[in-house]
Write a protein that binds this ligand. Structure first.
Ligand SMILES: NC(=O)C1=CN([C@@H]2O[C@H](COP(=O)(O)OP(=O)(O)OC[C@H]3O[C@@H](n4cnc5c(N)ncnc54)[C@H](OP(=O)(O)O)[C@@H]3O)[C@@H](O)[C@H]2O)C=CC1
Ligand SMILES: C[C@H]1O[C@H](OP(=O)(O)OP(=O)(O)OC[C@H]2O[C@@H](n3cnc4c(=O)[nH]c(N)nc43)[C@H](O)[C@@H]2O)[C@@H](O)[C@@H](O)C1=O
Length: 331
């Protein structure tokens, strides 16, 4: 048999074993919004052998350190949830950091995972990989069919490179690297920095602080008309573990969207958050701030067919996220 075919066959035999409770699992970015939820989900699922490194212990931008770490630890499975992440303003202000750090982190881990012959890897991309004016809802076939949104183009290009790395290694070497494209995420452990965060945590904090101070107005960036979809981070983690347990790259296709399949305007989101927080002041729209993509709604048919759908409804998720924010204030 041809040498490459034998190599691919060997890989397929190893892959088909599936994740076991004693499997060695590396979660990169385990303290982040998604990584911390993946940790909770894995522990709840009975996984006993999870390895982690903080940023201070292992800088994922350092290729030699990453290669040595994976060669020494030799995990069976890798969740790649480490990345340079931020909201619209952070992406627009620090484009070099977003493209450089994301290209480096993902390239280092994906290539070292290949060298270490890991059984399966999950790479997290983002719904910003799709063209700015993609038809809605956006399905997986819309990748690379139009121009990207300028505020996050460097980050999106890094994420597209991540998808193409995973699919190229699968094609050439028979690896089992799966890519998922999450919609906008929120939940416990989010980043509440007012400049660099995403809209949901920023709104929670702004409205809470305005309520405490007795402010009559809260500033919402942009026109309020862009539409976004929001997935709770515990659901996101559940989807990641479900796919790692039950689906291989050949069943998924090049990648799969992970979302809810419903969106709302930023104005509607602000109204929902103000109800949960109990803030009754006026919403003022600052149109000097960017709107970004007019709409980002994922088509989740492929995900549903693979056997997963989201559970947490938005109103409930916002309440849980607000409770988390309050808890953080009390520490
Ligand atoms: N949040 C969202 O709305 C969305 C997120 N995603 C994707 O999901 C994934 C997880 O995102 P999220 O959990 O929100 O991000 P977070 O910023 O919450 O977490 C990212 C984690 O990566 C770690 N990290 C970053 N750089 C390095 C580095 N050089 N070396 C070691 N560790 C590093 C961070 O550690 P430290 O803080 O110590 O630097 C942090 O723990 C990312 O791939 C992101 O692109 C996709 C769509 C939406
Ligand atoms: C997940 C995704 O996140 C980023 O894209 P985005 O969806 O545009 O992200 P966002 O959450 O920051 O904003 C959503 C909308 O909300 C409006 N908005 C109102 N008021 C605030 C506000 O106070 N803060 C923020 N951040 N936005 C606000 C804001 O003007 C915009 O119209 C990508 O860069 C990229 O990182 C990525 O993949």
């Amino acid at each position: 048999m041809h040498y490459v075919a034998v190599k691919v066959l060997k890989r397929l035999i190893i892959m088909s074993e599936g994740m076991q409770s004693e499997s060695k699992i590396y979660v990169a970015g385990h303290r982040g919004l998604v990584g911390s939820a993946i940790m909770r989900r894995l522990k709840a699922g009975g996984y006993l052998n999870i390895i982690t490194r903080t940023h201070a212990e292992l800088d994922l931008i350092d290729q030699i350190a990453v290669t040595d770490f994976l060669a020494q630890e030799n995990p069976d499975y890798v969740f790649l949830a480490a990345a340079k992440v931020g909201g619209i303003l952070a992406n627009n202000t620090y484009p070099a950091d977003f493209i450089y750090q994301n290209l480096m982190i993902q390239s280092n881990i994906i290539h070292a995972a290949f060298l270490s012959k890991i059984k399966k890897l999950l790479f997290l991309g983002s719904s910003c990989i799709y063209p700015k004016f993609a038809p809605q809802p956006m399905n997986e076939d819309h990748l690379l069919t139009g121009i990207l949104e300028p505020t996050n183009e460097p980050y999106a290009i890094a994420k597209i490179a991540g998808i193409k790395m995973c699919s190229s290694y699968n094609r050439q070497y028979g690896t089992n690297f799966i890519s998922v494209m999450p919609t906008n995420l929120y939940g416990p452990g989010d980043n509440y920095d007012l400049q660099n965060s995403h809209v949901m945590p920023a709104m929670i904090r702004k409205m809470h602080e305005a309520k405490i101070r007795g402010d009559t107005k809260v500033c919402v960036w942009g026109s309020g008309s862009p539409r976004r979809e929001f997935l709770y981070n515990e659901d996101m983690a559940d989807a990641c573990v479900f796919l790692m347990e039950n689906r291989d790259a050949n069943e998924i296709g090049e990648f799969v969207n992970i979302g809810v399949g419903e969106d709302l305007t930023i104005r509607e989101l602000a109204e929902k958050v103000s109800r949960v927080v109990g803030y009754h002041g006026e919403l003022v729209f600052d149109t000097s701030k960017p709107d970004g993509t007019p709409q980002k709604l994922l088509d989740v048919k492929r995900l549903n067919k693979l056997g997963w759908r989201s559970k947490t409804i938005l109103d409930e998720g916002i309440k849980l996220a607000y409770q988390d924010f309050i808890k953080g204030q009390c520490v």
